[in-house]
Ligand binder design. Sequence first.
Ligand code: DGJ
Length: 727
Amino acid sequence: MIKLFFISLILPSLFVCQAFSAEPVDSASRIITISTAHSSLSLYRATDNRIYELGYGRKDQEVAIPVKTPGREDEFLPPSGNGFIWEPAIQAFHADGNTSTDLVYKTHSVINIGNDIRLTRIELKDSYFPFFVTVCFKCYLNEDIIEQWTEISHNENGTVTLYRFASSSPVMHAGSYWVSQFYGNWAKEFNFVEEKLTPGIKVFDSKLGVRAQQMRNPSFILSLEGPADENSGEVYGGTLGWSGSFQLSFEVDNANRLRTLCGINPFGSQYRLKASKVFKTPSMFWTYSREGKGQVSRNFHRWALKYGICDGQKPRPVLLNNWEATGMKFDEPTIVSLFDGAKEVGADLFLLDDGWFANKYPRDNAKAGLGDWDVNKAKLPQGLPYLAKEAKKRGVNFGIWIEPEMVNPKSELYEKHPEWAIVEPNREPLLSRNQLVLDLTRPQVSDYVWNAINQTFASSPDISYTKWDCNRYVTQPGSTYLSADEQSHLLIDYNFALYNIMDKMQKNYPNVMAMVCSGGGGRVDYGALKYFHSFWPSDNTDPVRRVYMQWGYSHFFPANTIAAHVTNMGKRPLRFAINVAMSGALGIDLDIRKMTPEDRKILAQGVKLYKDQLREIVQQGDLYRLESPYDRPRAALNYVLYNQQKAVLFVYQLKSGTPEVVKPRGLDPKKKYKVQELNVPEGESSKLSFNGKILNGETLMRDGLIPVTQKEYDSMVVEFEEATSEK
Ligand code: DGJ
């Protein structure tokens, strides 16, 4: 919690369903509190009518009312050009050319939305210009999440150019600050590194335009006074809901104050805002915990399951994907024969990946066909409805891959509309994976993309799943549609147009589940996930790498969003691969026909176990990260169902090591649990000394158990089930 000075008092309880105005008020009523069940953000309207931040932290904090106007460094949403000398949250050049902004309080309102959500809107206005900024907070009370965004508008006589438009800009005061980022690249997504912030500015960003993540994710963990611990200490988690270029900047100033700016990357994206139009920034999601980053993750997960993703409570199907098995080389009989494998191993759904479309320039490889969304008649003469019917006959649902935002120059679409692609005029178009990005800011392009999706789904009503891919990013941000002075809008408006199409897909096809993918895990953020059920974390499916990636992703995203497929990659033992996939949303990417009967059986048993016993605990339970693969030769984690009646522990041995106790967390200390090792090879019995025993939660958490894992790629899955008297 921020250290505060001046007179202290305990904050009064919140006002609800009320509006407030700029009338003179006593000091205590100058405080605006934005709070959730266990956290609160305190803002202060000083006598200069500016809004200052008093602190964001624990709910029962003592907040001091300043006896004099705070310094401008503590201004909550600092604008540039009129006294604020650090990185600003808002920078606008006004219609008359004035380059400064001065934001003062106008009014604020608080409304309750149901029992769990409270919306606070603080309206600010420039002290001279008709230029308005509304800071909005949606508090998810029980989940301890604060969603923040800003809405910028004006009534000036002409256009205002926005150069900075942060979604959130908290300021903190502590002795030291530690930030964890999640960085990577294609096939190396979501690695974790933590560092101490030093004076100056540290920036995490993306300039990729159509994907936030590739080099790093728009999420971070911030810890005060030392590195973030899993189970103790004051820790903040932040994640930006935006799938385009983003910027997260952390500035430690000369008074050791930390200003964090989060939002769309302003780089090359100045926005010319016309009078009476509203520029709404994407949402920044914050959570605060006094119990380390484990609780930060659990807050995000609980919120996501309820509000942040599609159908959070619906079980994710076990899907069999054909990408690693066939690539684009397949025909109708091959695909139909794969359905038998899907049925045999108990998969719920078959997902047909890239390669099913385009005729003039068939999609037989990555060089052609993107943009032409008619089914390829040579490969699939009876079309998608036939495939869906054949899958259904075997009790398997059917889904398809799409990449609707893209075009290959070798396509009918590009022949007709080369001007629809994002390229810079008078430059040689730079291809990546032989493709270009379509310019969704052009209404005809957005219509074309939506129609392609709509027609595909409407003509095959049995399609119940889709994987939406995006295999390149923007390297030449030019639009033949936008005017010369609006070229810098391209990457912002693109993403708004993209969300509009995703929203239509979700609203028109609420029963089609969807996975967001972007050349692996390039588009993993809560901006996109609002329209999706899960995401493809990486094209690297080696289970060893996946242990690290799933560890990283789990900081912000719940297990039901993390597609975890069993494949041959890395040539690790099959049981290890299955046990790793079981701690996410288990799926498969294997040619079942090519597996030995023994392996097919092992896989089928794993799928059955997951569906019957584990899926609910993993996909709906609270996660406890126990041992980090970054620190130890093994990783360990457990999930606990909210009613604490069931839990499951996973241990993955990544390097050989001596067996050491692993201690589960989150159990009810008073409940008795039956301990049972699962997925033990057929014909063998568990070597776990506690197997079959009934122990109380307190003993299990205090003394732990010695896992049976020792050698590289050993793994262990243990269930704790409340032992009722009948058992
Ligand atoms: C990239 C994805 O990450 C893969 O899973 C696969 O769908 C290919 N694209 C298909 O082109």
